[in-house]
Design a protein around this ligand. Structure first.
Ligand SMILES: [Zn+2]
Length: 255
């Protein structure tokens, strides 16, 4: 009778450890899917924001180029007006009655000539600005085209991953239910609590190189022996994670 109880107990704890380790594997897979999905929507959002930004930049460039083009036209009109004045003054100078009138007209002509030079200088400056803006506009435009392609690609990937992982996640969640049914509620609650508090969502870890696979603190030899016996559920005294030995984990990793 005592022997039977002992055998039953042994099987039960080892089974529980296997169940816990398998549960950890499956929920870690679900975590991975979430991470995968969690990054792509962000990347898509970033691209969409960038596209909005570039579109605004392009609109600004167009407005600035239109302004500077109008300014160049204005200076050209001023040159035409100055040339007309010069022509008029030169005709008047042909018919002057005295030196004073001649000098006054000559001064006016000189003044208009300087005005024309100033306009030409402005036109050169505005043209340089226009060329620079046009170049920037072209860069932004090809950048926008690239980002739009990137966005299309990322959106495609995201749709694909959502499609793919939806099925996989459902399968994994079914598996979780199956495994959880094998674990007593109290232990399951404990596992969930440990997992929630642990970084990386690991509630069950393997002993690696004499240390806890969760917090990497050394585990005393006697405790490691106990872990290997699979007769008790043993938690790390530092981080509280449930510990399993490599042999038990490897047996589960094979299926
Ligand atoms: Zn630990």
């Amino acid at each position: 009778m005592a022997k039977a109880t002992k055998v039953e107990q042994e099987i039960t704890v080892e089974d529980k450890l296997h169940a816990l380790y398998n549960l950890q594997r499956v929920v870690s897979n679900i975590d991975e899917i979430k991470t995968l999905r969690g990054e792509l929507p962000l990347e898509v959002q970033d691209l969409e924001d960038e596209i909005v930004g570039l579109t605004t930049r392009l609109e600004n460039f167009s407005a600035e180029i239109a302004d500077v083009t109008a300014a160049i036209s204005q200076k050209k009109i001023e040159i035409e007006e100055a040339l007309a004045k010069i022509k008029k003054y030169e005709e008047q100078r042909e018919n002057v009655r005295n030196n004073r009138e001649y000098d006054n007209l000559s001064k006016e002509i000189e003044f208009q000539t300087l005005e024309i030079e100033l306009c030409e200088k402005r036109i050169r400056e505005f043209t340089a600005v226009k060329e620079h803006k046009s170049e920037e506009q072209q860069n932004a435009s090809s950048q926008l085209a690239e980002r739009k392609l990137d966005l299309e690609q990322k959106k495609g990937e995201l749709d694909e991953i959502i499609g793919e992982t939806k099925q996989e996640e459902e399968k994994l969640r079914e598996k979780v239910k199956e495994i959880e049914a094998k674990i007593e509620p109290r232990l399951l609650t404990a596992f969930k609590r440990i997992r929630k508090n642990a970084r990386n969502g690991l509630g069950v870890v393997v002993v690696e190189r004499d240390a806890c696979g969760g917090c990497f603190n050394k585990i005393p030899a006697q405790r490691q022996m106990d872990i290997k016996l699979h007769k008790k559920i043993i938690v790390c005294e530092y981080c509280g994670r449930i510990l399993v030995d490599r042999e038990l984990a490897e047996a589960d990793n094979q299926d």
